[in-house]
Write a protein that binds this ligand. Structure first.
Ligand SMILES: [Zn+2]
Length: 508
């Protein structure tokens, strides 16, 4: 049995275990849902008009945000995005617009290459890993499968370049949401979620999750740190389950500088590399770049209401590449709420709104954590956190050399915390203005906190949360371009979010 086959079994065992955990929770989810449905019908909403930003304005925000090839934390491109957000907040008349600085090391690669048997292998640097000496390093390859203890026991990797598969879990979206009804509400007006609908979660590198700063802290399953512990001089990591042979995977984005250089390899390009690694062929890898001290900023502003209770609306400005969906789309939705509510008289805003477009989602979510820590007083007054990310993206499937659009919108979830009124607000807004292919799920269904930029706020403060987010396959790679976004959806999405805010303005 090949080690990758064995992994698939291990991995499906793990997926089954996760499913069993969810099944055990179903009665509670269904009970919460039926109680919230009754509450939803009785919610009182201010009947007055709230304007919805016109299509052209929403589209112009997305295009302006995408004017640079990336918005990486601490770079000039990142700083431009911060200034751009602040300018939009100011022109909408928000009060106390501020840029809170957060110092970070700015890691930038100039060059990453892999040469095996005289042939260049397409690759992309694993961010925040060590640089090679100029000219690179040459060593024999060593294949370790997915890097289980057994794989490493069979192969001496000291002084070698480790080649390994990095798998993603597959979420049985249709079974969970339509079959088991493991959600508070499913909005699918086109009937586009079937029982067999599934999706790889490509932000979950199962054997290289990230967030670990040393081999001692790492689990046995962590292929990167296990290779480091055993003296490997470099790693080539094959994105086994990433559709489209894409290798420009920008992760893990934990902001932790790591001691050994590593490169990502696309799944199709990985086939030949696996054979060469099994044969112990010599390879040369080059990873050149710099790490300099830098700074990124959380950008935020206030729209005062009739009380100092806060409705917090957030997204993040940083992005690995052009980032039309991740997260120009989220920024546009935050701006849409600032634009809309700044035109409503203060008397019709019982609560204060605080808009944050934070920094360093791609640097350990330090912006979100930092904001919640720095502004603990504000977080204590926050009645609800609404985080908006990756909304309006088109779904794609992979081919051998790229992506192809399926004609459907990318599936999105609203991580919703379990307070009955929070669930009721989501059901009410999703019923009044139904979004496409969206499931409201418990905020802790996949992890203790939402797997989104809301995690930092929730982890630091325990604030009730509605975190609306999609996860199309191109999210972390260079193919997150303007043509991936369905611009016609920006306005309907803004309208659903406005309805959510209206409900939270009026809650007792
Ligand atoms: Zn995002």
């Amino acid at each position: 049995m090949s080690s990758s086959r064995r992994w698939e079994q291990t991995s499906s065992t793990r997926t089954s275990r996760a499913l069993v955990d969810i099944v055990k929770r179903l009665p509670r989810i269904w009970a919460d849902r039926s109680r919230a449905r009754q509450l939803a019908a009785g919610l009182v909403v201010d009947p007055g008009e709230v304007p919805v930003a016109p299509d052209a304005l929403l589209a112009s925000w997305v295009r302006d945000a995408c004017a640079t090839p990336h918005r990486r934390p601490g770079t000039p491109e990142g700083a431009r995005a911060e200034d751009w957000v602040a300018a939009r907040f100011r022109e909408m008349g928000l009060a106390d617009v501020a840029l809170d600085p957060i110092p970070i090391p700015v890691w930038q690669a100039r060059r990453g290459t892999l040469t095996v048997g005289g042939q260049a292998v397409p690759c992309f640097p694993v961010i925040h890993t060590a640089f090679t000496a100029t000219g690179g390093l040459t060593a024999p390859l060593a294949w370790v499968g997915t890097g289980t203890a057994g794989d490493f026991a069979r192969t001496d990797v000291a002084g070698r370049i480790v080649v390994a598969d990095v798998p993603f879990p597959r979420m049985p979206t249709g079974l969970l949401m339509r079959g088991l009804k493991a959600c508070y509400h499913l909005s699918d007006p086109g009937g586009q979620i079937g029982l067999s609908t599934t999706q790889h979660l490509n932000f979950v590198r199962q054997n290289f999750i990230g967030g670990v700063a040393s081999a001692e802290e790492a689990t046995e399953r962590d292929v990167y740190w296990q290779a480091v512990r055993r003296g490997a001089v470099g790693l080539c990591l094959i994105l086994r389950d990433q559709p489209g042979n894409s290798n420009t995977h920008y992760g893990p984005y934990d902001g932790i500088l790591k001691p050994v250089p590593a490169l990502w390899i696309g799944c199709e390009d990985g086939h030949e590399l696996r054979r060469q690694a099994r044969a112990g062929v010599q390879a040369t890898m080059v990873l050149e770049g710099s790490v300099e001290p830098g700074v990124m900023h959380n950008v935020w502003g206030v729209l005062p209401g009739m009380s100092d209770e806060v409705i917090l609306v957030t997204s993040h400005h940083d992005s690995p590449f052009q980032g039309a969906v991740e997260d120009a789309s989220g920024m546009a939705q935050v701006l849409a709420q600032a634009w809309a509510w700044s035109q409503v008289p203060r008397e019709r805003r019982p609560r204060t709104m605080v808009f944050v477009i934070d920094a360093g989602h791609f640097h350990g979510s330090q912006g979100a954590h930092g904001f919640a820590r720095t502004h603990a007083d504000l977080m204590a007054r926050a009645r609800i956190l609404i985080t908006l990310e990756h909304l309006g993206g088109k779904e794609v499937a992979g081919t051998d050399d790229g992506y192809v659009e399926t004609g459907r919108p990318a599936f999105t979830v609203m991580f919703t915390s379990s307070e009955p009124t929070t669930i009721a607000s989501v059901i009410r807004a999703m019923t009044t203005f139904p979004p496409l292919r969206t499931a409201a799920i418990p905020s802790d269904l996949l992890a203790p906190v939402p797997t989104s930029d809301a995690s930092g706020y929730v982890a630091e403060s325990g604030v009730p949360v509605i975190s609306w987010i999609g996860c199309p396959y191109y999210l972390l790679d260079e193919h997150d371009t303007l043509d991936r976004l369905d611009f016609s959806q920006l306005r309907p999405i803004a309208r659903t979010v406005t309805e959510l805010v209206r409900i939270h303005m009026a809650l007792p």
